[in-house]
Design a protein around this ligand. Structure first.
Ligand code: PLP
Length: 426
């Protein structure tokens, strides 16, 4: 029997503990697991039997979280890792090789832009940045070395939304997987796999844990991609020398990507999630279906209030009728366009910095997706090293302020913005 979203958020992956009956998922704070005998150990190491070996690869608390997230996203399997950024490398690793490229959306989290434009080049990988609203440009950018298309469902920092079915159609035609970063939407607002995505990645640091306590990530696999249909994905379709010539796709079918992620990815890259982090995230996910509607409702109220205010030049929220993304948001994200957006304050850099300092309830931090409302002025912080032209291109011009709307009373958030705008523009 398949359960509804809220039931799965509380129950998926967490039977009562078989050893003790503990009802909440225990924190299995252990590095290693006793083998029954030498034969058992050998079978585990050969991947002939699935079981716990060493917590760099698998841990029961982390496994419970993996099952829960796979259930919520409608995936075949999931691999948790140490951060959202780790999840991105873990998702790309089995697909890529020297000389291979990805097509990446121009509207991405700033840290991802840096990872894709600078750091992955050390591996011989590269990214071509394309406006994914321009489907023809995306098609034209795909070449014989392209191994994936990467986008965010709802994008950071503007809160713009992606037409995932349209992008997935082009990925399918090209025979490459679509990877969707679903951090800002969570599976409550968007299920990329149902819309045709192959892989979903998350920063669990944000709404999934939901309270600013954990750094974590996950890669979810739909289990649907045919890795053997072409010679493009030899790590999954061809004999793996680091596993006695095992062919992952032939052996594990729809679980090939997940098994590869554990047996090669976590084993050799070591970007493992710790069991305490997994425990906090499991508890956070229990209330996802209660928190997200409040985040969205508050974001809509605050964005509408800001848009009408004469001290504000513009608001990017896709939930606003004035947004160029509003029609797509209504069609594909009917439960809401998330709770992260930016606005431009009149008065430029000076006014923006004063506003951030004058806010009382909003915390000035480099995070998002917390129960608390958060604010950051990108031009003086995360985008400080860029020229003004580069800042503007990234949607982080001197007058731009980013808000992550929490689950407090919307009236209190609006009152706080009102008093801070007064001080900033006096
Ligand atoms: C924060 C974030 C990341 C990176 O996640 P970390 O957990 O900080 O490594 C990736 N994508 C998006 C959309 C994010 O907001």
């Amino acid at each position: 029997m398949t359960h509804g979203f809220d039931t799965a958020a509380v129950h998926a992956g967490s039977e009562a503990d078989p050893a003790t009956g503990a009802r909440q998922v225990p924190i299995y704070q252990t590095t290693a697991y006793a083998f029954r005998d030498a034969e058992h150990a050998a079978r585990l190491f050969n991947l002939q039997e699935v079981g716990y070996i060493y917590s760099r690869l698998t841990n029961p608390t982390v496994a419970a979280l993996q099952s829960r997230i796979a259930a919520l996203e409608g995936g075949a399997g999931a691999v948790c890792c140490s951060s959202g950024h780790a999840a991105q490398i873990m998702a790309l690793f089995p697909l890529m090789g020297p000389g291979k490229n990805i097509i990446a959306s121009t509207r991405l989290y700033g840290g991802t832009v840096t990872q894709f434009s600078q750091t992955i080049r050390r591996f011989g990988w590269s990214a071509k940045f394309v406006d994914l609203d321009d489907l023809e440009a995306m098609k034209a950018a795909i070449d014989e070395d392209t191994r994936a298309i990467f986008c965010e469902s709802i994008s950071n920092p503007g809160g713009y939304v992606t037409d995932i079915p349209a992008v997935a159609g082009i990925a399918d035609e090209a025979g490459v997987p679509l990877i969707v970063d679903n951090t800002l939407a969570t599976p409550y607002l968007c299920k990329p796999i149902e819309m045709g995505a192959t892989l979903v990645v998350h920063s669990l640091t944000k709404y999934m844990t939901g309270n600013g306590t954990v750094t974590g990530g996950v890669v979810v696999d739909s289990g649907r991609f045919d890795w053997s249909a072409s010679d493009k994905f030899p790590s999954l379709s061809q004999p793996e020398p680091a596993y006695h010539g095992l062919k992952f796709h032939e052996t594990f079918g729809g679980m090939a990507f997940t098994f590869h992620g554990i047996a090669i990815g976590l084993r050799d890259l070591g970007m493992t999630m710790n069991p305490q982090g997994a425990h906090y995230t499991l508890m956070g996910i229990e209330t996802l279906g209660l928190r997200m509607p409040r985040h969205v409702e508050n974001a809509q109220k605050v964005a509408e209030w800001l848009e009408k205010d004469p001290r504000v030049a513009s608001v990017t929220y896709a939930g606003l009728a004035s947004s160029p993304w509003n029609a797509t948001a209504r069609r594909l994200y009917p439960k809401g366009a998330g709770a992260l957006f930016t606005f431009e304050i009149k008065g430029g850099y000076e006014a923006a910095v004063k506003l951030v300092d004058a806010l009382d309830l909003f915390s000035h931090v480099a995070n998002l997706g917390d129960a608390r409302s958060l604010v950051i002025h990108s031009a003086s912080t995360t985008h400080r090293q860029l020229t003004e032209a580069q800042q503007r291109a990234a949607g982080a011009g001197p007058e731009v302020v980013r808000l992550s709307i929490g689950i407090e009373d919307a009236d209190d958030l609006i009152a706080d913005l009102d008093q801070a705008l007064a001080k900033a523009t006096a």
